[in-house]
Design a protein around this ligand. Structure first.
Ligand code: ADP
Ligand code: 5GP
Length: 203
């Protein structure tokens, strides 16, 4: 049974738990590839170049923009992030499902393009809890955390146009909701048009 790969786009205010949820989801669905973005942000402790992001200089990023290498890109919290056209093209040719963890500006660019994608927005249970998580993660300076909290309000105002909303209050419940969305999307009749014919042809 074959079908075309699905492009899943997940956005959430920084600190909501999107990275942790995406890691779980990729473990649950080994065939689902996590798209590795390019960024000018400095590498955090524990991150690996080529696995978490492709960490590049501002000059290299600008050259890639100039060359039309990105299907979407945006400046987020003072750094630039982008999804390479080549990453999506490889997934499309291979028929692989791919998960993009990108901000609302990038998601809006994809929504406006001809790309067919499933858009999922993950919300924190409250802004107070979001701040607790950002502080608890212990990876960003206080001024960076303050900027991320400020941006969260703007990002939440974009949530209404996404296809699905998932509140990450209880982590495992949020993970199960994401799993359910991915499974349901893979069963859409439009994606499985060949199945009915193949069943009817069985002896
Ligand atoms: P994001 O990728 O959205 O910026 P992270 O995945 O880095 O967020 O999570 C931010 C922090 O919140 C991490 O310390 C993570 O362990 C924690 N976290 C994630 N989900 C939950 C949850 N449901 N309840 C409590 N803490 C959580
Ligand atoms: P972080 O620095 O915490 O890893 O990510 C900050 C924000 O950048 C997150 O909202 C994340 O989803 C977003 N982001 C990561 N990669 C991309 C990308 O390729 N494009 C866009 N538009 N945003 C991205």
């Amino acid at each position: 049974m074959t079908r075309e790969g699905i492009l899943f786009v997940i956005s959430a205010p920084s600190g909501t738990g999107k990275t942790s949820l995406c890691k779980e989801i990729v473990d649950i669905f080994p065939a689902l590839r996590h798209s590795v973005s390019y960024t000018t942000r400095p590498m955090r402790t524990g991150e690996k170049d080529g696995a978490d992001y492709h960490f590049v200089s501002s000059e290299k990023f600008a050259a890639m923009v100039e060359a039309g290498a990105f299907v979407e890109w945006a400046e987020v919290h003072g750094n630039r992030y982008g999804t390479a056209l080549a990453t999506l093209e490889q997934a499309r040719v291979a028929g692989t499902d791919i998960l993009l963890d990108i901000d609302c500006q990038g998601a809006a660019q994809l929504k406006a393009s001809s790309a067919q994608a499933v858009f999922i927005f993950v919300l924190p249970p409250s802004l107070e809890e979001l701040e607790r998580r950002l502080r608890g993660r212990n990876t960003d300076h206080p001024e960076v955390i303050a900027r991320r909290i400020n941006n969260a309000r703007d990002e939440l105002s974009q949530a209404h146009w996404y296809d699905y909303l998932v509140v990450n209050d209880d982590f495992f419940q949020a993970r199960d909701l994401l799993r359910a969305i991915i499974l349901a999307e893979s069963c859409r009749t439009t994606r499985l048009a060949d199945v009915i014919g193949s069943v009817l042809n069985v002896d």
